[in-house]
Every structure is written in C-alpha cells, then in structure tokens.
Write a protein that binds this ligand. Sequence first.
Ligand code: NAD
Length: 447
Amino acid sequence: MKITVVGTGYVGLVSGVCYAELGHDVICVDKDIEKIRKLAEGEIPIYEPGLQPLVIRNSAEGRLRFQTELKEAVTASDIIIIAVGTPSLPNGEANLFYIEQVAREVAEVIDCYKIICIKSTVPVGTNERIRYLIQSQSPVHFDSVSLPEFLREGTAVQDTLHPDRIVIGAESEQAAKIMRELHQGLTEHILVTDIRSAEMIKYASNAFLATKISFINEIANICEKVGADITKVTEGMGYDNRIGSSFLKAGIGYGGSCFPKDTQALIQIAGQMNYDFKLLKSVVEVNRGQRFNVIRKLEQLLGDLSGKTIGIWGLAFKPETDDVRDAPSIEIIQSLIDRGAVVKAYDPIATNNFRSVLGYANVKYCETAREAAVETDALCILTEWQEFRQISLYELETWMKTPNLIDGRNIYSEEEIAKTQFAYYSIGRPNLNKGIREQSPVFMMQG
Ligand code: NAD
C-alpha cells in the first residue's frame, strides 16, 4: 500500500519505518527541516534501539522517503496517517493545534479518495471534528479512521512489529477492511470498533497503567511503614493471573510524554461531561508526591541541602530512551536547585534533551557516571539504566565524599547493599534501607 505518515517523531517515524519494513511504500513528512535532512541521510534524530538499520535499509531499497513537502506525498498515497504531537494545554486538555494544522493542510491538497487516520492520542470526538474540518474545506470523499498507538519508547520497533493488539476505529466497512489488511499478520488481536471507542481505548489503557503504578507506589510507601518488602509483595501479587506482574514496580513514579499528559487529558474529557474522575485525580496526585520521596529522604540524611553536592544518575524518564518530557528528574533536580544544592548529573543518552529543558545554570552535566558521583554528599538513581548496575558499589563508595545512596528504582539487591557502608534508601524495602531514620513498625504499634 502507499502510505504517508505526517509527523516524524517517536511514533510517526517508527510507524512509517515499520510499514516500509512490511513492504509498503512510505513517505514520512515533517515540517522540521533539520529532522528531515538528518533522516534523508540515514541519521536518526531520536534514540530508539534497532531503528537506524531499518531506516537505512528501507530507504536504500526505495520503500521509504523523508520530505517536508506534503502535497506530493498525499497525492501519491492511499492512506494518510497523522502522528503529530498532542501536548497538554496549561489546564491539562490535549492541545489539538498541530492535528488541526495538518488537517487543514491535507484538505488543501487531497485530490481523490483516501483513508485519513489519526494515530496521535486525541480526546474522544476528535476524529469526527477533524472530519468536519476537512469536509468544510474539500469536496473530496475520504474515510476517517482512529488508529491509536500503543508502542513504548525504548522497545518501539519490537512493539510495532509485534503488537499486543491493533485497534481500528472506523465507520466505513471499506476503510476497516483496508486497515485490517495493512496490519494482517502482525497480531491475532485486530479489533475493529466505532471511532469513539477506539479513541477511548487509548486513554483508558494509559490511565489504567498509570493507576497500577500509583497503586503499587502507595503500597510501597505503606510497606516502609509496616516493615514489609515491596519486591516480595509484588512478586506474590504478580503470580495472580488476574493481576499480572507488569507495571507493578515501585519507584519514583511515572513520567514521559504519555502517562502524565494522557491522565490529565482524560480527567478533562470526563470533567467536560460533568464527570468527576476522582480515582484518576488521586493517581496523578500520588505520582507527584512519589517524586518528592527522593527529596524527603535526602533531607533526612543530610538536613539542609543548601551547599550540599548531589549526584544524579539518570535523566530520561525511563531507560533506553532519550526522552525527558515530564521525566521525574526535572522536578527533582529543580527542587534540589531551589534548596541551594549543587547538582551533578549524568545520563548515557538524554543529557542534551535535558539541558534544553533545564538549561546550563546550576547543573553540572557530566560525561560519565563516575564524574557525577565523585565528591558528592549523596547520589540519587532516577533512571534504571543497565550501565549503572555494572558499576561496582565498592568503587562507588570510594568516589563519593559521603556514601549516601538514594535508589529511586530499586536496582540493588539486599546482598549487594549488605556488604557496603552505604546509608541506603530504596522504595518500599525497609529491611534494606540502612542508616536512614525510619518510623519503626514496633514504635507505631506501641504508639
Ligand atoms: P513528537 O513530538 O516526537 O513528534 C511529533 C512530530 O510532528 C514532530 O517531529 C513535529 O515536527 C511534527 N509536526 C508537528 N506539526 C506538523 C505539521 N503540521 N506537519 C508535519 N509535521 C508536523 O511526538 P510523539 O512522541 O511521536 O507523539 C505523537 C503522538 O503519538 C502524540 O499524540 C502522543 O501522545 C502519541 N503517542 C506517543 C507515544 C510515545 O511513546 N511517544 C506512544 C503512543 C502514542
């Protein structure tokens, strides 16, 4: 099939490249000239494992092109997939500016029947709104399809080529049939629904996963108070098929370009229908509080943080990505700066993106994990990059001024920590946490 993907970011680029890998002719369009220039030269503007060889091969074999020109791409394609950003407005609603802009541009150039799919995450009713917008500008017949995306950054290629499910929201049988064919063989779960349900499936899925994370983080906080170990608790819970073990890892909360904005957007969608989504509001509030556990524990260890040197390992919102959008590291580092701490930060991939968010002032960006740890009063692990696990704790102790370790991702085991002198704090594992004053369970019972 002939496909144009508009928006060549984390989603559009991976989707376009994977459709080409499946044998389709794909034109990826973006208004960012620099991004398109890099892609046309085989350079990948984002960090996504496994993507570059596919870009190079499919471009060389003539199935994949990158350009800024929309008209020629639309004319040459049967299917237009819109994958531009839908960031949050200040009130939490999804900003549909970019989607509407693309819709107007497509309306100007559409010349014959096409399927127009929205892959971006959009509020329920957006596909209809966009259809009316295009119809108001163009007499050409087309079909609208909601095609929500479920890939995860870091495993995006694998997720796209081997998805758990494909959701197709379509009103027209012809469009549904073509979209089924496009995804045939990728998964046995191809679900065709009405357009509004497809739009809702995306928000409901992300809201549910965010809820799982906030739930387990609250259980971890209670574990710390009652003397239970969250890793044992989640193992015991996860064997239950009704619960499952994924997204049950306690830590400093979720971040990234999807969960924070999609939970806020769903709260707004519900609110516009006069429905108060209390549960999801609590999920968001718990998540925000969880980030500040790191600051609370540092203050328990060091008292006033003013003038203290704090090392940070990990800036990306999760490993295997360079994405720092809404990463917990941003708020945590900003709080440290506000408290007068000196921050030394290291991330294997995401430093440049982070620098563009928080700037140069008050943060010393380091070239290595060691440099970020040297002569620090405490070190905080905010992203569980594999590289950090490979560093010897004995060596780490010698690099630091004082061996204080805040492990926001529970990357070390009891055995590893027991052999060290670290004052150690992790999430929901009170028996491992050493040297940091905890509220004793015995005291609580007496009290
Ligand atoms: P992104 O910011 O990485 O990419 C968006 C791209 O669209 C940018 O390259 C931008 O230059 C381009 N663009 C904007 N306006 C344009 C226009 N008029 N013409 C051509 N290009 C234009 O965003 P993303 O992370 O890929 O997310 C895209 C959508 O997919 C969002 O709605 C997001 O919620 C959803 N989504 C993202 C993920 C994820 O993990 N990133 C997963 C599932 C769904």
